[in-house]
Each structure stands twice: as structure tokens, then as C-alpha cells.
Design a protein around this ligand. Structure first.
Ligand SMILES: NC(=O)c1ccc[n+]([C@@H]2O[C@H](COP(=O)([O-])OP(=O)(O)OC[C@H]3O[C@@H](n4cnc5c(N)ncnc54)[C@H](OP(=O)(O)O)[C@@H]3O)[C@@H](O)[C@H]2O)c1
Length: 821
């Protein structure tokens, strides 16, 4: 539940799978699966379990850990997975609201000339990013950078990461170097391509998060205080917003130089500043500090001001400067011109600067500044700034945190790792595919060969059939060695022998466990033999494979499980239980630090088990929106999942809006997250409205047609017209589950509740239609109480008595006398 390490008893996985089927086949039993914490106190667990049983909640997959209740939810994975391997960039859909930030796919740019490409690990957030998102720099961006819309806008002025490519003119950096990039505009990206001169080496002892706090802050503070103001030991310096990023770097530089610090900050951050040994701290939220500071310096004022505030703060800051003082301005909005400053204080030296503009004028400045800073970082004379890290999924919170000026030091965002490497099939390894002579086994073998596999072992109990032989011949023709080793995977001795024979091959690097059989039947009627037959290859088989391979260094161990163990399939209790075990073993293995993946496949189009399913089950799947997996799609999914980090993933193409119209599905808690992300489920058919709108004489025909098609859908019959009015539905394959399903469908359409024994009481189309016509609040004309399209067959089927009854009824309804036979 909380981690895969917790899967200590994979056998319970079978119950998890079986329970799903019981829920479907016997909704009246309200089958719940509760996975409790074996480490918790028994009474506590018991109380929780009893509460669960007594509750009216629809939740049926519950885990309890340390008294906390967890429920199972299916989440759509493909977007995340795509995103995991898809480079992303932070974009803004519309100016003004931080929530409009979102990650969008991006294109990487191959570095040329003097450029390098960096895989970004962390990004340092700057206040300018926040202003950008709020749309407050639109004018500046339009005039200076030609950026006129949010589509052109990117975020992130600094980042830390690893070089993944270098241009042909780059000699000072190599692939693999860990660096800090500054002067960029798109740091919030998985990859950035940047000029080599804008890089600083990441101090070795620092993490990427720490490294993301360094560049803008220290370069600005160093340039402003050392290069421009030339701050000297013993001088007084006023650092505004001293708890912020540049403020904190300035504090370190001033302390290192031996200057006396006067700091402003909001009161909540005073304690922190005191902890750095700063004695003179003032409230940055009022203007009283100027007087206090003058009093404390006995009217002399400060020698240097590092300013980032505006409005009246500028006035006051100039006022507190000692004669001949230096005013370093790093603000951007509402700052003073040199003339304004000179007019107020001709003795003051004014240094407004924007680091970006400085770099444009002096391209080597970063290299110069970084030489000194790097030494100081390495010697720990200067340290990483205090910072708070947000993950990329919390990027809006990071912006908001800075917007509210809650931060001390820096706000850092860590980027998700984009997987650069895929698990590859190696020519110098061997691979085992159990059930390898079956349909999917052969598909996988062909895929592996395309990927470069040279040695593949296919197992099964019986020798290869003609199809398998043909495929094997084709694979051998391209130079792959295919070993067919026969044996029952559920029998330990057979498996041992197979592994013994594999000793002569290259080291085993991957296992695909695709052996399996079907023998469907309702749980209530399932024989022990039927149960063990289906369980054997997946339970004993998986366990045998785990035991035989647990000491090997495998790249993958994949179980071919089925969607039956997640969503269930009526009449597949044994199969769901078998697959549920595999799902649990995959996680159990991961808990042991071994590779493990269980893929809950939907039905494949290419053949194999799905094709051998009962036609009715196939049709039912289809009518509920479940589509088949095309082999290329399946192999693509397999390939991507092999490199993924999940222990269990369902792969089944579904038309969710169709699927969710299947009665009961909308209520299934497991699907609730999916439902909320799906476009609204289509409205009900509006049958009642349609019936109401037509002439009474036409209603019965429409009503019968509708009920007939609902029965056909439930039974998985392609042609509903073949459904005879008096044929018992149970003879056509209606089982108790379908009866419940059909009842639910009818309830939904007719907007009325129906008896749970409906289909047992009215087991033919005719009986059902007659009963339902009575139940719904609409009038039907008796003369029309027939299915005109089938009039002939209906009369042919009728007994003399029935014909007489109908005639009597009809005459009566048109005003004739009651007649007796
Ligand atoms: N095809 C689908 O649509 C689909 C959907 C979901 C999940 N799956 C899963 O994918 C796997 C492969 O399915 P498939 O369609 O390829 O089935 P398949 O064509 O029937 O192949 C399964 C193979 O497993 C072998 N096998 C069965 N029991 C065995 C045992 N005890 N020891 C050794 N081999 C055994 C069978 O050969 P012998 O009888 O000769 O032993 C058969 O060749 C199955 O585990 C299935 O549950 C398939």
C-alpha cells in the first residue's frame, strides 16, 4: 500500500483478484476485500474491519495501515508515462494567474558551436519569474525582447544540471560535467541549450538543489558589492530584504569582507537573521528604519546600500547614506535615474545595474566572477543559501510561495528525471519466454529479435504447432538461436530442468511469463479441478520462476497478467485469482530489490486467449467499450513499460464514456478518479420521453425493440432480431450476473426500481415486455401489444388458447363484447 516493500505475502493477491469477480457475479453479497496491517494491534484491526463491514460504503478494496484507511483507485497512466520520457517546459496559458502555469512537451535543441546542452536537475526561482507569470513585465518584454504573447514566454533564469551534449567549439566542458547555468530564460525545462560562457562548475560538495541557489544571487551580490561598490572591511552596509536570495548572498559576502551589516526584513524573518549574527535588523514593512538607523550610527549613516525596494524606500535609502556613500540598485521597476540621484545627493555614487545587460556588454564577466566565487564555495567560505525545494508537480505552489514572500533565501524547483536510457534487449544475453509457443509468446519473441536478441528460449508443455514452427523458422533464418524447452511451468522439477538446459546459453537477462490457460465458469459452479488448472501456471509457475531467478541479475521479470484481476470479468474467477497472484508477486519482487512488472493486458486482437473466449464474453467486452490491443500497440506498451518504474500497469484500450454506461461501473469506486477525468457520460436514452412523444398505438413496438436490444447487448448477441419472444433467456446463456446487469440497465433506462428476481419471474422477452409495460407510468394500446416485425412468427408460436385470449382482448379493447371460448 505504502510501498512495495510491504508486499510480504503475495498469495493474498489471488484473493484480491477473486474478490473482484465475486463482486460482479454476486453483488448481493457485497464482497469487500480488506487488506489489514499484520503489524497492527489485533483489536484495532478488528474494529476497523467490523466498521468496514457494517458501513454502507461501496468501497470494496480497502487497506488499513497504522489505523489509516486506504482505498484502491485506478489512475490513467499513459499521460504521466509519456511525460516521464517526454522533455517538458513550463509554459503559461494566460497572463495573470499562477495556476495558468503548466508543463508542456518541448523540443530539445542540439548544441552547436559554443553551446552545451544540459539536462536540468533543479531550477532556482526568481522574483522576475513570478512577475512574468502575473503579467507585470509584459511591457518590458514586448519592448526589449519582442515577446508579445504567452506562447513565446518561458521561465527560469538559472538552473543546475548535467551536460548531455556539447557543441563542436566547446573545449572547457565535457558530457557528464555537473554545472550551474545562468543568464538563461528557459531553465524550467527538462533540457536547456546554453552558451558555454554562462556556465559555472557545480561545487562538488553541494547537491543540485543547493547549487540552484548560487548563480544569480552570488553573481549579483558579488558584482554589486565588490566590483561596483568596492566594499571595504569595517564599512557599514544596508542590505534590504536581507532574508531574500540576493540579500542572503550579500550578507555572506559582507560578512566575509568584514563589513558591518544593517538589514531590513519582515519581522517573521528577524530570528533567522539574528541567527546569522546580524545585530542591526529593521522592519522592511515600515519606513521607521531610516530614523532608527541614523540614530544608531550617530547620524553618520551607512557607506553602502544594496537596494531592491522601491517607492519611498529609495528616498530613505539615499538619505541614510554617509557622505560619499555608494548606492547599489538591483531593482527593476520604478528605480531612479542617475540625474534624480545626483539631484538629491550629488556626493553619492549611484550603481544601478542589471546583470543580464552587464553580461551583454562584458561577455567574460561571468567567467571572471565565477573564478573567485568557485574558490570561495569550494573552500566553504561562501555557502549555499537556505532554500525550500518544490517538486515540478508543485511548481505553482513554488511561485505562490515566492509571491507571498514567505521564503528565506531561495525557492528551488526540482525537475523530474527524464529517462534517457531504455532497457535494451542485448545480443549477448538470453531471454526466457514461458508460454512462448502461444500467441503472445511468439509476438514477444518476434519483437525481441527485432530489438536485437540473439538467444531466446520458448517453453510450453506441448511441442510447437505449425504456426509456432513457421515463426521459429523465420526467427532462426535471421540468425537468432531459438531453444524450445518443453515442460510444465507449474512443476518445480520441470522448471529446474529447463534452467539446467539454459546453463549452456548466454546469461539470462529477462523473463516474460506468458504461460496460462483459461477455463471459465461462474464461481458458484467452479470445480476444484477448474480452479487449480487455471491457477497452476500463474501461481506455481510464477513462484517457480521467481525462485529460479532470484539470485540472477535480470533486467526484467514480466508477468503477463490480465485486466480480469483489476476490473474483473464475470465467469473468470479462477483466472482473476491466478492473475492477482502475479500482480502481487511482481510487487513482492520489487520489494526485494528485484525487477518485477505485472501487465494487466486487455484482449489482444492478434489471437491467443482472447480469441478463444466465449463469443458472448467477447461481444460483451466489445459492447462495453473495451477495444482490442493491436500487436504493434502492445509491443510499444511493453517496450515503454520495461523502462518504467511501475510494478503493475493495466494496458487496455477503452472507450471510457461507453464503458461507464455499463450499469454499476459509474458506481465502482475503483474508477471514480477516471470518471472525473472523462468527458461527461452520455445521457440516458430518453426512452420514456420518446415513448411519450409518439402515438399510443406505436409505443409497444418501440418499447419491445428497445428491450430486445438491451437483452441482446447483455447477452452479447450480435443480432437482436433473432431473439425469439418466448425463448427462455437462460437458454440463451443469461446467467445470474447478466440478470443483475440487465436489471440494472432496465432500471436506468426506465427510471424505476425493479425486483432483483425480475429475470427469474419474467424469463422471456415477451413476459418481460408485458411486465415492464405495466410497471412504467405510460399507457400502451393493447392492440399494439405485439412486435409487428415478428407477427408471423409470434402467431406460429402461439397455442390455440393464447390466440383465443389475444383475440378476446383485442375485441374487448375496441369496444366489442367480452367473449368466452
Ligand atoms: N491473448 C490475450 O488477449 C491476453 C489478454 C490478457 C492476458 N493474456 C495473458 O497472456 C498470456 C499469453 O496469452 P496467449 O493469448 O498467448 O495464450 P495462448 O496462445 O494460449 O498461449 C499460452 C501458452 O501457455 C502455455 N502453457 C499453459 N499452461 C502451461 C504450463 N502449465 N506450463 C507451460 N506452459 C503452459 C500453453 O502451451 P501448452 O498448453 O502447450 O503448455 C500456451 O502455448 C497468458 O498468460 C494470458 O493470461 C492474454
Amino acid at each position: 500500500v505504502l510501498s512495495e516493500i510491504e508486499v510480504t505475502n503475495p498469495a493474498s493477491g489471488s484473493l484480491w483478484g477473486l474478490g473482484q469477480i465475486i463482486s460482479l457475479e454476486h453483488p448481493e453479497l457485497r464482497c469487500q476485500r480488506i487488506d489489514y496491517d499484520s503489524k497492527s494491534e489485533q483489536t484495532q484491526t478488528l474494529t476497523a474491519v467490523v466498521a468496514e463491514i457494517q458501513s454502507q460504503s461501496l468501497e470494496n478494496q480497502i487497506s488499513i495501515r497504522n489505523g489509516v484507511r486506504y482505498v484502491a483507485r485506478l489512475a490513467q497512466e499513459h499521460k504521466q508515462r509519456d511525460q516521464q520520457n517526454q522533455p517538458l517546459q513550463l509554459k503559461l496559458s494566460k497572463y495573470g494567474v499562477i495556476d495558468n502555469l503548466n508543463w508542456q512537451p518541448m523540443e530539445r535543441h542540439c548544441p552547436s558551436g559554443n553551446e552545451v546542452e544540459i539536462q536540468v536537475a533543479t531550477v532556482g526561482l526568481n522574483f522576475r519569474d513570478v512577475l512574468n507569470a502575473l503579467g507585470l513585465l509584459q511591457e518590458y518584454y514586448r519592448e526589449n525582447l519582442g515577446i508579445t504573447s504567452t506562447e513565446q514566454l518561458t521561465f527560469g533564469f538559472e538552473c543546475a544540471g548535467t551536460i548531455v551534449a556539447v557543441g563542436e567549439e566547446v573545449s572547457q566542458w565535457q558530457i557528464g560535467d555537473e554545472v550551474i547555468a545562468t543568464m538563461i530564460h528557459d531553465g524550467f525545462s527538462s533540457f536547456v541549450t546554453v552558451k558555454a560562457e554562462y556556465l559555472l562548475p557545480k561545487p562538488q560538495q553541494m547537491s543540485f538543489s543547493e547549487a540552484a541557489t548560487l548563480s544569480t544571487t552570488f553573481l549579483t551580490a558579488n558584482y554589486g558589492l565588490k566590483q561596483l561598490a568596492k566594499i571595504q572591511p569595517g564599512e557599514r552596509i544596508l542590505i534590504h530584504a536581507a532574508a531574500g536570495g540576493v540579500g542572503q548572498a550579500a550578507v555572506q559576502i559582507a560578512q566575509e569582507v568584514g563589513a558591518e551589516i544593517y538589514a531590513t526584513a519582515s519581522p517573521g524573518k528577524w530570528e533567522f537573521l539574528k541567527s546569522l549574527g546580524i545585530k542591526h535588523i529593521y522592519n522592511s514593512r515600515t519606513l521607521n528604519w531610516a530614523e532608527e538607523m541614523m540614530a544608531q550610527t550617530e547620524g553618520k549613516g551607512v557607506d553602502v546600500v544594496l537596494n531592491s525596494l522601491n517607492g519611498e524606500y529609495i528616498d530613505k535609502s539615499i538619505e541614510v547614506l554617509a557622505t560619499g556613500g555608494r548606492f547599489v540598485e538591483i531593482g527593476k521597476i520604478g528605480i531612479w535615474s542617475t540625474e534624480q540621484v545626483t539631484e538629491k545627493r550629488a556626493d553619492v555614487k549611484y550603481f544601478p545595474f542589471d546583470l543580464g545587460e552587464v553580461v551583454e556588454q562584458q561577455p567574460n564577466i561571468i567567467t571572471q566572477l565565477s573564478a573567485e566565487l568557485t574558490q570561495q564555495w569550494d573552500k566553504e567560505q561562501l555557502k549555499a543559501l537556505p532554500h525550500k525545494v518544490f517538486s515540478s508537480t508543485e511548481v505553482s505552489s513554488a511561485f505562490r510561495y515566492m509571491q507571498q514572500a514567505q521564503h528565506i533565501g531561495k525557492v528551488v524547483v526540482s525537475m523530474p528525471e527524464v529517462k534517457n536510457h531504455q532497457i535494451s534487449i542485448q545480443p549477448e544475453a538470453s531471454y526466457l519466454i514461458t508460454g512462448g509457443l502461444g500467441s503472445l509468446g511468439l509476438e514477444v519473441a518476434q519483437w525481441m529479435v527485432k530489438q536485437g536478441a540473439k538467444q531466446i528460449v520458448l517453453t510450453g508443455r506441448r511441442a510447437a504447432n505449425e504456426t509456432a514452427q513457421e515463426v521459429i523458422a523465420e526467427l532462426e533464418a535471421v540468425g537468432t538461436s531459438i531453444s524450445v524447452l518443453l515442460g510444465d511451468i507449474s512443476v518445480e522439477k520441470d522448471v529446474a530442468e529447463i534452467f539446467q538446459k539454459m546453463q549452456t546459453l548466454a546469461p539470462l537477462k529477462g523473463v516474460i511469463h506468458a504461460a496460462g490457460v483459461l477455463d471459465d465458469g461462474l464461481v458458484q459452479k467452479m470445480s476444484t479441478q477448474q480452479l487449480t488448472k487455471v491457477m497452476a501456471p500463474k501461481v506455481a509457475g510464477t513462484w517457480n520462476l521467481h525462485q529460479m531467478t532470484k539470485e540472477l541479475e535480470l533486467d526484467f521479470f514480466v508477468c503477463f497478467s490480465s485486466m480480469a484481476s483489476i476490473l474483473g470479468n464475470a465467469s473468470q474467477g479462477n483466472y482473476a485469482a491466478a492473475n492477482g497472484f502475479m500482480d502481487a508477486v511482481a510487487k513482492y519482487r520489487r520489494g526485494l530489490g528485484l525487477p518485477g512488472l505485472s501487465i494487466n493486458w486487455g484482449a489482444w486482437a492478434s489471437g491467443g486467449m482472447a480469441v478463444r473466449l466465449e463469443t458472448q464474453l467477447q461481444n460483451r467486452l466489445e459492447s462495453s467499450g473495451i477495444r482490442t490491443i493491436q500487436p504493434e500497440q502492445g509491443m510499444e506498451a511493453l517496450e515503454s513499460l520495461l523502462s518504467g518504474s511501475q510494478g503493475q500497469v493495466g494496458v487496455f484500450p477503452v472507450n471510457w464514456s461507453q464503458f461507464l454506461t455499463v450499469p454499476g461501473m459509474q458506481k465502482m469506486p475503483l474508477l471514480s478518479e477516471l470518471i472525473s477525468t472523462q468527458p461527461s457520460v452520455p445521457q440516458k436514452s430518453g426512452l420514456l420521453e420518446k415513448l411519450e412523444a409518439i402515438a399510443i398505438s406505436e409505443r409497444m413496438e418501440l418499447f419491445t425493440t428497445h428491450i430486445r436490444s438491451m437483452i441482446a447487448q447483455t447477452l452479447g448477441l450480435k443480432d437482436g432480431q433473432k431473439l425469439e419472444r418466448r425463448q427462455p433467456l437462460f437458454d440463451l446463456g443469461l446467467d445470474s450476473l447478466m440478470a443483475v446487469e440487465l436489471k440494472n440497465r432496465l432500471e436506468l433506462t426506465l427510471q424505476t426500481s425493479l425486483s432483483s428476481t425480475l429475470l427469474f419471474d419474467y424469463p422471456t422477452l415477451e413476459a418481460l415486455v408485458e411486465h415492464l409495460a405495466d410497471v412504467i407510468p405510460l399507457e400502451f394500446s393493447v392492440t399494439d401489444n405485439s412486435d409487428k416485425s415478428n407477427n408471423m412468427s409470434r402467431f406460429e408460436e402461439m397455442s390455440e388458447d393464447q390466440m383465443f385470449g389475444l383475440l378476446a382482448q383485442t375485441l374487448e379493447s375496441i369496444g366489442g363484447k367480452k367473449i368466452d371460448k
